[in-house]
Design a protein around this ligand. Structure first.
Ligand SMILES: *Cc1c(COP(=O)(O)O)cnc(C)c1O
Length: 415
């Protein structure tokens, strides 16, 4: 038998182990479009609940924006549904080239290549531009997809302590004998909401003859004065050699990613990156939607400005209520609970109060750093935030953690 009972039992045991450890992931079913107000079925089979979504990557509120939906309809009508081909055979339309050009202009780079997702961009880029004679030096907290891309590449991997510039400098000095050096970081780190010090990193890369790759998935569209990304915030537009980012978060939230940067590096990806060569790219309907997103973002900064105001209001409200937060100034605001079970119970209690915000715990974040990661959106109005603040405060009181320090919460609930 191809799948004997003994084999089945092996997997059942592993899955039960995850349940017993309290780290079994469960989906919640949303029965409405993605927005500030959603209708959720949880647990499976229960009746629908209207809740405020505080944990989507829908930073600019564009996921269900009427203009984006209309543009997608138009794209479907004029360019069809599927391409049934990879890019270099017969899977490239005029609008794919147009999206690459628009992305290049928006990010202030030299050229751009689309990928089915940013996960695929990160899986393909390292192997395409580096060889075994090179070194990849990454921040220790980079996104899982960068870690996978690094694993797929034959160049030597190394790391530096999170945002520790002295440690990065040591590593750059140590690897001067390599043919090429590539420093790798997230722009905004998704679990903590802090930003990479890109000005200092660019200076170090110039000093030690290294290239810099930034994954700006949690910033493209809203970080920086005009929303270009973390490089705009730090005044280093045009100085990042490779930016990878996603269309699956702020930029409409559907799907798709890209590598954008130096012409030659993008061309190397077009010749060699395997997810580009062997997998269909973004569907025409999505390309048409993202093109509309760029129209919206370049005609005014209204949405990213509103997001910034919402994030400041939310952070201040939680602080005044007495929660322990991670410092930062991005729309990612982690409410620290430290204990994994507390994070889950807190999330469940919030849900009962009509607020949707999931708990994060090991292995997604380090041990004893469990939290509720809240994320703001330009789709939130003040009444959403006020209702959510009231719910957080009520639940915070119930669990008696308001005004308590990290140590006091850990003493009470454990690590
Ligand atoms: C979400 C995310 C990705 C993956 O993006 P997809 O386009 O959904 O594959 C990659 N990198 C970072 C930093 C992310 O946050």
């Amino acid at each position: 038998m191809a799948y004997p009972d003994k084999t089945r039992d092996t997997y059942k045991g592993i899955l039960q182990g995850l349940r017993d450890a309290g780290i079994f992931k469960q989906e919640r079913f949303i029965h409405s479009p993605q927005a500030a107000d959603i209708e959720v079925e949880f647990p499976e089979g229960s009746s629908l609940r209207k809740v405020i979504n505080m944990c989507a990557n829908n930073y600019l509120g564009l996921s269900s924006h009427p203009e984006v939906v209309a543009a997608a309809h138009e794209g479907l009508k004029t360019r069809g549904y599927g391409m049934s081909s990879v890019r270099f055979i017969c899977g490239t339309q005029d609008i794919h080239k147009e999206l690459e050009a628009r992305t290049t202009k928006f990010l202030g780079t030299e050229d751009t290549i689309l990928f089915p997702s940013c996960m695929d961009a990160n899986a393909g880029v390292f192997e395409a531009v580096l060889t075994k004679d090179d070194v990849m030096i990454s921040d220790r907290l980079v996104h899982a997809s960068l870690i996978d891309g690094i694993r797929l590449c034959g160049a030597m991997p190394d790391t530096f302590k999170h945002s520790d510039m002295a440690h990065l400098e040591q590593k750059l000095q140590m690897h001067q004998d390599r043919r090429l050096r590539l420093v790798i970081t997230d722009g905004v780190f998704s679990m903590d909401g802090d930003t990479a010090k890109l000005d200092e990193m660019v200076a170090l890369c110039e000093k030690y003859d290294a290239m810099l790759l930034v994954d700006d998935s949690h910033s493209t569209g809203f970080i920086g004065k005009t929303g270009r990304g973390t490089h705009e915030k730090y005044g280093v537009l045009g100085k990042i050699d490779i930016i990878t980012t996603t269309f699956g978060k702020a930029l409409g939230g559907a799907t798709g990613g890209c590598v954008s940067g130096r012409k030659e590096l993008v061309e190397m990806c077009r010749q060699k990156a395997r997810p580009y060569l062997f997998s269909n790219t973004i569907a025409p309907v999505v390309v048409a939607g993202v093109l509309k997103v760029f129209d919206i973002l370049t005609r005014s900064t209204e949405l990213r400005d509103k997001l910034e105001r919402n994030a400041a209001y939310w952070r201040k409200g939680l602080q005044e209520a007495g929660f322990v937060l991670k410092e930062g100034d991005t729309p990612i605001v982690p409410v620290m609970l430290f204990n994994a079970k507390l994070a889950q119970d807190f999330s469940r209690a919030l849900y009962d109060e009509g607020i949707y915000a999931v708990g994060f715990f090991f292995p997604v974040v380090p041990q004893s750093q469990a939290r509720i990661r809240t994320q703001l959106s330009a789709g939130h109005e003040l009444h959403h935030l006020d209702r959510a603040l009231a719910a957080f405060t009520k639940v915070g009181k119930k669990f008696e953690i308001l005004g308590k320090t990290r140590q006091e919460i850990i003493d009470r609930y454990g690590m």
